[in-house]
Design a protein around this ligand. Structure first.
Ligand code: AMP
Length: 571
């Protein structure tokens, strides 16, 4: 009976995803008109809010009127109003009742709160269906009704002064899906409430290993997928033992209200445990399809900052494709992967009203803006959104590049976040350029990268970059100085402005950090409020505690270089 019911639910959801995708395809053909119509709806709906009255929304007749009436703004322009909403004031920015606040990951500064309404929630769920529809079209095997692992957290981070729950946008989405019981997940609902990521993933692994017919594994980011396989590698024997006995080891710390229902769902699987044990003994390369032959794909964002993790993940996947499904932020669901193997996203014309600031005008006092139907392929722009959630002409801070068009919707790649630029003398080194340079330098020395971050050292004369690098445990550089010189050279190639400004910048300083440092950094960020499934490693560290941790964890291998730097006379 249960299986007939779940087959029916599954077919309905495949049908709904297909319909959502077809609706999106139709909208993509008229992206400009659909986007402008959305703006009119937003202005109409929120015209009687305080913000709407302040900017005379009721008198606005076109997108050009709107651009004249409302200035472009960053978070600071909305902060005071958002704080009032968080204290419980109504009708300030949005006419819809606010149900929660999405908490940004704070990668490039302090965490921000973004109002979340029932409307935002419906929109997100609809866009998730579009994304699933595109996935099904690209990977037909993903349509099969199979159990799935979702490496998501449903734990709230806290509450605002007015009592509104706060959490990352992925957490809010997961809570909404759990309320609708709309996933074929292997883990019980309480597994999404386990506080620390390592314990949560152990629990997810235990239920996933019991299920040989698993069809997919998804996490918000490729970093989560990598952690999942690394925990499997590190804790294999314990997992096999627990799987065989239907037990949960005592060293997993779970709150009692979560532990009891999880334990109640555990069953002994001695035969499966032996099969899993045999596969683990054969090593971790290509482990995923050996344990789960029906795995159609894994899903997690692979572009931008997450490329470093996606590359490492391939080792475990034995050819199972990685799908990078979404471009999503606390402010809006921005794009869905239209079915490509690369991390590119078709903008959703009915999700937010978009404007785009050309990359060479980012610092201009009055930059020009383009609309969704005015973009050139190959060009870069900063994204500006207007949403039903109460943000108007809001500069997201992300710089994207238009790769191509899907129908008439721009397909974009994420390039960098404005706050994660290294910019001491106007050289504007992006994360993209730095990562590329690191890849070049490390591959010349046959070294493997785990993670990296940077700091601008304004104290030294001249100022310089400090680059913290964690290498794979089997990597030992013959000489840190030589590696630093290679990186310097590669950086000059990756960012010609860095090369021309070398006179005003000192030679970069390379600090290798001990194994496990970046795992600790992420744990520290999640202890301080970032959702464990959403933590992103900041590529430019500006904040005291994170910088201190990186400095403390320097590896002795960098000591020679530090001594040489200290002995060098200041210019
Ligand atoms: P949050 O701080 O949680 O609102 O995170 C949103 C930010 O994550 C976006 O503004 C981007 O900088 C980044 N992000 C989201 N989706 C992607 C993606 N698909 N590729 C690269 N970066 C992304």
């Amino acid at each position: 009976m249960r299986s007939i019911l779940s087959t029916l639910i599954h077919s309905a959801s495949v049908g709904a995803s297909r319909l959502a995708r077809l609706r999106f395809e139709a909208q993509a053909r008229r992206a400009g008109a659909v986007n402008e119509r959305l703006l009119q709806r937003i202005l109409e709906r929120h015209q009687h809010t305080e913000f709407g009255r302040r900017h005379r929304f009721s008198a606005i007749r076109s997108a050009s009127d709107f651009q004249r009436a409302v200035p472009l703004g960053t978070y600071d322009a909305f902060r005071a109003d958002i704080e009032r909403v968080a204290r419980g004031e109504r009708n300030v920015l949005t006419a819809d009742p606010v149900t929660a606040f999405a908490l940004t990951s704070g990668t490039t500064g302090t965490q921000k709160l973004v109002p979340f309404t029932a409307f935002t929630e419906r929109r997100l769920l609809q866009d998730l269906l579009v994304s699933r529809g595109a996935l099904f079209a690209a990977i037909p095997a993903a349509r099969e009704a199979r159990p799935a692992v979702a490496l998501m957290s449903a734990l709230l981070t806290g509450r605002t002064e007015g009592g509104f729950p706060t959490a990352s946008v992925t957490t809010l989405m997961m809570r909404s899906l759990l309320q609708r019981r709309s996933g074929p997940w292997t883990s019980p609902p309480e597994a999404f409430l386990v506080p620390t990521q390592a314990d949560a993933f152990y629990v997810h692994l235990l239920f996933a290993l019991a299920e040989p017919a698993l069809g997919s594994i998804s996490a918000p980011f490729a970093s989560g997928l990598l952690d999942f396989f690394q925990i499997l590698g590190a804790r294999g024997p314990a997992l096999v033992e627990d799987l065989g006995r239907g037990s949960l080891r005592g060293d997993i710390a779970l709150p009692p209200e979560v532990e009891q229902p999880i334990r109640a769902r555990l069953r002994p699987h001695p035969e499966r445990a032996r099969a899993v044990g045999r596969e683990l003994e054969r090593g971790m390369d290509g482990i995923a399809p050996r344990l789960w032959p029906g795995l159609s794909h894994v899903s997690g964002i692979t572009g931008g900052s997450f490329r470093v993790y996606a590359e490492k993940l391939a080792r475990y996947l034995g050819g199972v494709p990685i799908h990078s499904p979404l471009y999503v932020s606390s402010e809006a669901m921005i794009g869905v992967n239209p079915g490509e193997a690369e991390p590119v996203y078709a903008l959703l014309p009915s999700s937010a009203f978009y404007e785009f600031i050309p990359a060479d005008e980012l610092d201009a006092e009055r930059p020009s803006v383009r609309r969704i139907d005015e973009l050139s392929e190959g060009e870069r722009y900063e994204l500006v959104v207007t949403t039903h959630g109460g943000l108007y002409r809001y500069r997201v801070g992300d710089v994207i590049e238009v790769a191509r068009h899907h129908r008439r919707a721009p397909v974009v790649a994420f390039i960098y976040r404005r706050g994660s630029l290294l910019n001491i003398a106007g050289e504007k080194t992006s994360e993209h350029a730095l990562h590329h340079a690191l890849d070049q330098a490390l591959s010349k020395e046959a070294l493997g990268l785990v993670d990296f971050s940077t700091m601008e050292d304004a104290e030294s004369a001249p100022k310089r970059y400090v680059i913290f690098v964690e290498l794979t445990e089997d990597s030992r550089p013959a000489s840190v100085e030589r590696l630093a010189a290679r990186l310097e050279e590669a950086l000059c190639e990756a960012n010609p402005y860095y090369a021309t400004l070398r006179g005003r910048l000192g030679p970069l300083s390379l600090r290798l950090v001990q194994p496990g440092t970046f795992r600790e950094l992420r744990a520290l960020m999640s202890r301080r409020g970032a959702s464990p499934s959403q933590v992103k490693v900041p590529r430019v560290v500006t904040e005291g505690a994170l910088a201190e941790l990186l400095m403390e964890r320097r590896d002795v291998a960098s000591a020679g270089m530090e001594r040489a730097e200290a002995a060098r006379p200041a210019r």
